[in-house]
Design a protein around this ligand. Structure first.
Ligand SMILES: *[C@@H]1O[C@H](CO)[C@@H](O)[C@H](O)[C@H]1NC(C)=O
Length: 115
């Protein structure tokens, strides 16, 4: 049975204001994509909420440059900035010229093209 309309409105208000942040039971987080408007925050082991709405601990989830969502991570500080020249690329871009925006390093022995 669905909750009473007044209760549902109250819950929606709480979710919208972030006063209630339920810890994710299913690895999804936030509102967008995988998060599906549920607004869950991530648990400690996978503290970062990715731009796709899933919890994880790897760079692809945690890099602020990759869209880590601080407000749905286990702590805002779970998201981290890339270290130029050190952080391995999570999006195929590298360096700081042309497509390179974040100073990512290529994986392995791959070279970073001039474009
Ligand atoms: C962080 O995760 C722990 C469980 O791993 C949970 O108890 C805690 O409420 C979470 N914090 C937030 C802000 O979601």
């Amino acid at each position: 049975m669905l909750p009473q309309p007044s209760l549902r409105l109250g819950l929606a208000t709480i979710l919208a204001t972030g006063a209630l942040a339920a810890v994710s039971p299913d690895g999804t987080c936030g509102m967008v994509k995988g998060g599906a408007n549920k607004g869950y925050t991530c648990f400690k082991e996978k503290a970062c909420c990715s731009s796709s709405g899933y919890c994880g601990a790897e760079d692809a989830y945690c890099l602020s440059s990759a869209g880590c969502q601080g407000s749905y991570s286990n702590a805002t500080s779970a998201c981290r900035a890339p270290v130029p020249g050190t952080t391995i690329s999570v999006d195929g871009t590298c360096g700081t010229v042309e497509a390179g925006k974040f100073g990512y390093k290529c994986p392995g022995t791959d070279c970073c093209s001039a474009a």
